[in-house]
Structure formats: structure tokens, C-alpha cells
Design a protein around this ligand. Structure first.
Ligand SMILES: [Zn+2]
Length: 160
């Protein structure tokens, strides 16, 4: 859920009518000042658990941060996308670098049992490379079978 500040500041006899989106991740438990993306009026807010505890109250100070996004529903949803200097905050929700690599190949499940999808699979597996209900580890991947025997001997394999 995302709270908003619907700016009603009158400028040259016309209401600003900009909806500033307070994206929950940044404002959930937050006290400070945030600007309107359109008219740059600064509002003090205090949010507790996503609930607007105090504010928005207009203040004559510099903002601490900006909304992530803003639009004007009365003007065909003209909007300010993230990352506009002085108006909106840059979007920084990129995945951490550890999530940008390739998938890990897993030989054993959390219980220490061999998993079926270990590669490479032999040509006899056919086009889809799946042995269906017959996955003969010992024959298809002898090195995984060997590792499995060692795990069994060390007692690192638990029940299904
Ligand atoms: Zn405004």
C-alpha cells in the first residue's frame, strides 16, 4: 500500500492538484519533509507503520527527500517519472550484484539426497533429456553416485 500527498497548494489562482506517491518502503516509518514534485511545496509528515500519524503540513524548509513518482489525475495523468532532479527520487531497487549471475547447479537436496536434474545428461536421455521415473544415478552420473555414497557413510543424509 502506498500513501499519497494530494497537493492542493494554490499557485496563481489554480490548485496544484498533483498526487505525490509515498512509496511504502521509504516512508513506512518515517518522519521528515518531502516536496511536491510539481510546485515543490515542502510538506512535513510523520508516518508510523504506514499510517499518517502527523501531517502533511506545509513547512517553509528544504525537503529531506522527494516522492518516487507523481502524477496529475485531473490532467490526463500527466506524470513525473522517478529520477527527475529536484522533483522525484531515483529508482534504486535494483537486485544486488549476487543475484545477477548464473544459476547454481545443485547436486543434492537440503536432506542430502541426489537431485534428478544434475548435468550433463548422456545422449541416451533423448531430446528432452529427462529420464522420467527412472533416474539411474549410478549409471548416468557415477561421480554424483560416488559422492552420495560418501554422504551416506558420513550420515549426512536424512529421511525424505
Ligand atoms: Zn504541488
Amino acid at each position: 500500500m502506498c500513501d499519497i500527498i494530494w497537493c492542493k497548494k494554490e499557485i496563481n489562482g489554480k490548485k496544484c492538484n498533483t498526487v505525490n506517491y509515498l512509496d511504502p518502503y521509504c516512508f513506512w516509518n518515517w518522519e521528515g519533509k518531502v516536496n511536491c514534485a510539481e510546485c515543490k511545496t515542502v510538506y512535513y509528515i510523520h508516518m508510523i507503520q504506514g499510517f499518517m500519524y502527523r501531517g502533511p503540513e506545509e513547512v517553509n524548509e528544504k525537503p529531506d527527500t522527494s516522492p518516487l513518482y507523481a502524477d496529475k489525475p485531473l490532467e490526463g495523468y500527466r506524470n513525473y517519472l522517478p529520477g527527475i532532479e529536484g522533483r522525484t527520487r531515483p529508482y534504486q531497487c535494483l537486485p544486488r550484484d549476487i543475484y545477477l549471475g548464473v544459476a547454481d547447479m545443485v547436486k543434492f537436496s537440503a536432506r542430502g539426497r541426489p537431485v534428478r536434474g544434475w548435468r550433463p545428461q548422456p545422449p541416451s536421455a533423448g531430446i528432452a533429456g529427462s529420464f522420467g521415473f527412472e533416474w539411474d544415478i549410478q549409471k548416468l552420473t557415477p561421480e554424483v553416485w560416488e559422492e552420495y555414497q560418501q554422504k551416506l557413510a558420513k550420515g549426512e543424509v536424512s529421511g525424505w
